[in-house]
Design a protein around this ligand. Structure first.
Ligand code: SAH
Ligand code: SF4
Length: 361
């Protein structure tokens, strides 16, 4: 529930509106997980609440810690499905800690290089399940590393956030509410494979997070091949929507570019990319492909990665290298697939017939 939902809920129970706010602050501000902890509510009210409501949609399945300090949390939904969230401490700045959260169980977009794609889509997470990933991680941190706080949130875990639009918006408004966690929208980034109509809608919302777009190719020929969604919304349509996106001052769009050996990593590709993005307020995050058994791609050699990045920079495109974090525990970009100890991925839905057409919205 958003704060407004909680107040309406209170009124529907015949209570004062303010009681809804009290409960909401306990859950989203203080992070309590039982009504009994709500000490400013009378005991009978707490008991009644426990009868008609519940807090938190997820439970902690298991926690793995990478040798670089990244933690992967497997969280379990009410029906016993698993999703994943990753806590990534900044290597240099101790005060920065980014949490990568999931928006769906699986994903329907079918990017050829992504492990999550191999699961297929089971369902959308509801807004409660999206924010609960943050609250559970916050609890864990308080236990294991009380000095650290979650400072940044990225919607870059399992799933395509813009395919789960309403819950995305609801979760953003909850996480940024001053009466709850009060995260600044500047510290939240939503990453998308490029659902053009939803990008247009996002530009009109009151909460506007940073935008990351998985471009991954310098032209439609390559993008069609590795991201089927491009056959529906090609690079031209995508860039037109991004150019029209009302960016706030001093903000720029991040383009993610997964480098796949021999596919999109040549000097010519770098040149095409720089030309394509000329005039767009942006930066590029180059992500060397993180290998997993379900895709046949390989990571380019170090000198190829460096040459690609240098060529982009030489042509005036701000380009950064995203060093893989947590790859020893399958927690790096594109590796989230509920895998246990290197076991193969079990699809959530068995696919019959040819691969699905790109999603329509
Ligand atoms: N669905 C959203 C957010 C989740 S994917 C999106 O696609 O943007 C997060 C990022 O991981 C994307 O930029 C994607 O291109 C990248 N990614 C997927 N598989 C990868 C892999 N095997 N290695 C490196 N990055 C990968
Ligand atoms: Fe889905 Fe993103 Fe993976 Fe593509 S890269 S399949 S959109 S999670």
């Amino acid at each position: 529930m958003t704060l407004d939902d909680a107040m309406n809920f209170a009124v529907a129970q015949g209570w004062q509106k303010f009681r809804g706010e009290q409960v909401w602050r306990w859950v989203h501000g203080k992070g309590v997980r039982s009504f009994d902890e709500m000490t400013n509510l009378a005991k009978p009210v707490r008991a009644e609440l426990a009868n008609i409501a519940s807090i938190g949609g997820l439970t902690v399945g298991e926690i793995q810690t990478s040798k670089d300090g990244t933690r992967r949390l497997r969280l379990v939904t009410r029906e016993g499905r698993s999703i994943e969230t990753v806590l990534i401490p900044d290597g240099e700045r101790k005060e920065k800690l980014t949490q990568c959260i999931s928006s769906q169980i699986g994903c329907a977009v079918d990017c050829q290089f992504c492990a999550t794609a191999k699961l297929g889509l089971e369902r959308n997470l509801d807004a409660g399940e999206i924010v609960d990933q943050v609250y559970l991680a916050r609890r864990l941190l308080a236990e294991v590393d009380p000095e650290r706080r979650i400072t940044n949130i990225v919607y870059m875990g399992m799933g395509e956030p813009l395919h789960n639009y309403d819950n995305l918006i609801k979760s953003l408004s909850i996480l940024t509410d001053d009466k709850g966690l009060g995260l600044s929208q500047r510290r939240i980034t939503v990453s998308t494979s490029g659902l053009v109509p939803k990008l247009e809608r996002l530009g009109n919302e009151t909460v506007r997070p940073n935008l990351a777009v998985s471009l991954n190719a310098p032209n439609d020929t390559v993008r069609d091949m590795i991201m089927p969604i491009n056959r529906k919304w090609n690079i031209g349509k995508l860039l037109a929507a991004l150019k029209a996106y009302p960016l706030e001052q001093r903000r720029r769009i991040t383009f993610e570019y997964v480098l796949l050996a021999g596919v999109n990593d040549s000097i010519t590709d770098a040149g095409q990319l720089a030309k394509l993005l000329r005039g767009v307020k942006c930066k590029v995050n180059v992500i060397p492909y993180n290998p997993h058994p379900e895709a046949a791609y390989t990571r380019p050699a170090k000198h190829v990665i460096d040459a690609f990045q240098n060529e982009c920079k030489r042509l005036g495109l701000p380009t950064y290298l995203r060093t893989p974090r947590g790859d020893d525990i399958d927690a790096a970009c594109g590796q989230l697939a509920n895998r246990v100890d290197g076991s193969p991925i079990v699809p959530l839905r068995i696919r019959k017939g040819p691969p699905p057409a790109p999603p329509v919205d």
